[in-house]
Ligand binder design. Sequence first.
Ligand SMILES: [Zn+2]
Length: 339
Amino acid sequence: MSCENFYRRIKKLIKVLILLAVIIPGCRSNTSAVRAVAMLPEVDSTLFDPQTFLCELSGRTVSESDARAIGQRYRPEERARARIIIARELRRIGLSPREHTYENGREVFYPAPGYYPGEGTARGVNLYAELPATMPTNDWIVIGGHYDTVLGTPGADDNASGVTAVLLVATELLRVPERRANLIFVFFDQEEVGLVGSDMFAQRLLDQGRNIITFHNIDMVGWDGDHDRDIVLMHGVSLVPPLDDRYMRLYTQAAQFLRTESGRDCRPGEILRSDTNRGEHITFEMHGIQAVTVIEEFAEEGDFNPYYHQLGDSCDRLDYSYLRLCADLVVAVVTRQLQ
Ligand SMILES: [Zn+2]
């Protein structure tokens, strides 16, 4: 069964359950089944088409000499172009994009010629949009992914896939009628040169006095070479506060919901835990914020995108059912957190 069929089925099921809720007094508020199904709002694919967007952001593999044609997002002008494309999609789905410009004087990792004319310090722009809660609160949930690339890659999987997933998540969470926390959707600059953008953004949120409940980072969710649909949840190592199993439980429960309710093509496999600092969850954790990275199965788990950081990381090689599945998983988790 395709994902489209799955959504049609969910829509039909929601209608039946709403009818039951009317017939059986108290059903809607007292049964977890109703609440569980209501976790996945109906998707309007006309609002945002993941594949078209991802291919625009990451370009097409044309030649190594034509950086723009491959959609590389390394130099300042390339990253500015990426922000224009992402901001346009945010507006299209009904959110207002804003820019967070920073400069911290830190030297970036591996600055190639042209990274910044005449300097190698960290100066960049995060792009974000806020979705307020439906009741007054200073609680915030952050969902994000980086939009920059290393030099010489279209960065379709790394990380146009995560950018696309964040937009998919935003599209679906906009439809949740009651939200007990504010949401921020953010696209980080300069992940590839030292996790700079996310670090600066986390600091800014705390400076503004916001109570950040969780950061869900999405980085590389377009490759599933062995088609097992396994998804990895990365936790940081040896940082304060130590993460408990809360997020593994949350994600595992959400996966179980998707597994029982979805069709074969978009049913999740295992949720695997990986304790590693290689992701932007670590910058938030270093600021004392609970954070995880959702990522495709990678080296340690036996499946690895062979085009990682290569010219071949192009949008025609990705698995869009898997990408959607990862986005659905985050939607299911955050919807539970919003209740
Ligand atoms: Zn990445």
